[in-house]
Design a binder for this molecule. Sequence first.
Ligand code: HEC
Length: 168
Amino acid sequence: MRSGWRKGIHFWFILPGVGIASFAISYFSHSGGSVTFEEPVGTDVAKGAALYLEYCASCHGEELEGEVNWHTPKEDGTLPAPPHDENGHTWHHGDDLLFNYTKLGGQVALEAAGVSGFQSGMPGFADQLSDREIRDILSFIKSSWPEKIREIQRQRTEGATTTERAGN
Ligand code: HEC
């Protein structure tokens, strides 16, 4: 008796559900990209890899492994460069913060996000790299992460957009 009841419920729930899902899919695919991100569409991972080696690897490591003892502050109070692979915390942040961190440097990016009193050892690359090149590098970094971590970072990007942009 119970299973018959359940079947009936499923039937009536699934049908309108399919309708809503197909409406949502067609709505979003017609809305011209309002739910898409700037990466990885239009970014060049291979170019990002080359740029990473040239501009970032000296501190963050050729294999994205970070500096040794990256958890321990240096004598000047700054932290060593963390890894960019899945062992670090780069993927804990949404795209806006990662982009600003690279373009403006850690100090400015954190102050823009409302964090003050932190001494950052991460320089800004606004004079050396174009916005596009920075996105290429970030795409390369992301390409090293397992899909599960990429998905979490995507969600952080969606959730963080409003609050982080508000600080800019
Ligand atoms: C001179 C050394 C140095 C170079 C070169 C460097 N970084 Fe950094 N980076 C750091 C340090 C140190 C940190 C640690 C965080 C802090 O102190 O703000 C950091 C942090 C970061 C963060 C934040 C990570 C997190 O989890 O909070 C990002 C993103 C980043 N770097 C990207 C880059 C990229 C991309 C490049 C190359 C274009 C680069 N860095 C080159 C030193 C460097």
